[in-house]
Design a protein around this ligand. Structure first.
Ligand code: ADP
Length: 317
């Protein structure tokens, strides 16, 4: 890609409306509580990462499936305002648009139910019909909120087009065997948090407290990905890139809302890699984007622009 060209990223995944009700605490089973606030946000890991990627300066093509309802209208408006190209967005006539009902307590506890609706009806055949979406793309991102065989088809199409393929294995799979082998085979860069990393190794994240460096090593060996990045929240990250290990501390910030940090991280990483930036520099920018995102509320809106990342890193010294 010539350096004056805008990088192109394809993001495949979910776009959901988050319905968030806040109360002083979570209700117990069978209880109805008076709440203190209600908010509606554009969310879903696919939509959040597409918004982050577009804000980070890449021409971003989103492959998702929405219904034909008011939630879909809301999501389309939010993705468009983030600058995402929706030419390949598909609509389903029978299923409702995906949504997530979230209950939060003031102590930070939360519980949620995700109903993926139309997102789950995006198939590998749809992806094959959208081959033109992958032309000239520099990176492809997928996650695990839609059918994994669909995500695998998109990463394979990206690889055929010469793009860097990124799998953010979130939410955590039930077991490593629940994923199609083709999905990890088509992945160049695997991004996980601590829980997702443990689950991909068949470990119990509650009881197996293994060292993050050993975990990324084991993930790289098991899944044969060139790069494995494990994000560690306020502890930063550890990555294995080929034979090298990279560790970065988190930037010291005052967190407002940690939802969306991982999506800002992955979207910024993809936009950076699509512009042919070296992987260590792309990881450094993603680490800054994650830190900025925790200082802001919201899924789509939390991610910073490229200029904001530049300014943040310049300040961080
Ligand atoms: P996820 O939301 O997927 O669980 P993490 O919580 O690991 O992801 O966060 C992703 C990245 O966002 C981290 O690697 C880090 O760069 C940044 N980040 C998250 N929490 C904080 C924090 N409290 N302070 C600074 N940076 C953070």
């Amino acid at each position: 890609m010539a350096s004056d060209m805008v990088p192109i990223v394809v993001v495949i995944g979910s776009s959901h409306v988050d319905l968030v009700a806040r109360a002083s605490r979570l209700p117990v089973k069978g209880e109805t509580l008076p709440g203190v606030a209600f908010e509606m946000h554009a969310g879903g890991k696919g939509g959040n990462q597409a918004a982050a990627c577009a804000r980070s300066g890449a021409r971003t093509r989103f492959l998702g499936r929405l219904g034909r309802d008011a939630f879909a209208d809301r999501l389309i408006a939010a993705l468009e305002s983030a600058g995402v190209d929706l030419s390949w967005l598909s609509r389903d006539d029978s299923a409702g648009t995906g949504c997530s009902t979230v209950l939060t307590g003031e102590d930070g506890d939360y519980a949620s139910i995700i109903v993926p609706g139309s997102s789950m009806l995006l198939t590998a055949n749809h992806v094959r019909d959208m081959a033109d979406a992958f032309s000239a793309c520099g990176a492809v991102i997928g996650q695990l909120e839609i059918n994994p065989a669909t995500t695998a088809a998109a990463l394979e199409a990206g690889r055929r087009a010469g793009a860097v393929t990124i799998l953010n294995a979130a939410p955590a799979p039930a077991s490593p065997d629940s994923l199609p082998a083709t999905l990890l085979q088509a992945t160049d860069v695997l991004v996980v948090n601590r829980v997702e990393g443990a689950m991909l190794l068949g470990q119990d994240p509650e009881t197996d407290e293994s060292d993050p460096q050993r975990t990324v090593d084991a993930l790289q060996r098991r899944w044969e990905c060139e790069t494995v990045i494990m994000t560690l929240g306020e502890r930063g990250l550890v990555a294995r890139v080929g034979e090298r290990t990279i560790t970065l501390p988190a930037h010291p910030v005052i967190p407002v809302d940690t939802i969306g940090a991982g999506d800002a991280f992955t979207g910024t990483l993809a936009a950076s890699l699509a512009s042919e930036m070296a992987i260590n520099e792309a990881i450094r920018r993603a680490n800054a984007a994650g830190a900025i995102a925790v200082t802001r509320a919201g899924g789509h809106d939390a991610a910073p622009t490229a200029l904001e990342v530049d300014a943040f890193l310049a300040n961080a010294g």
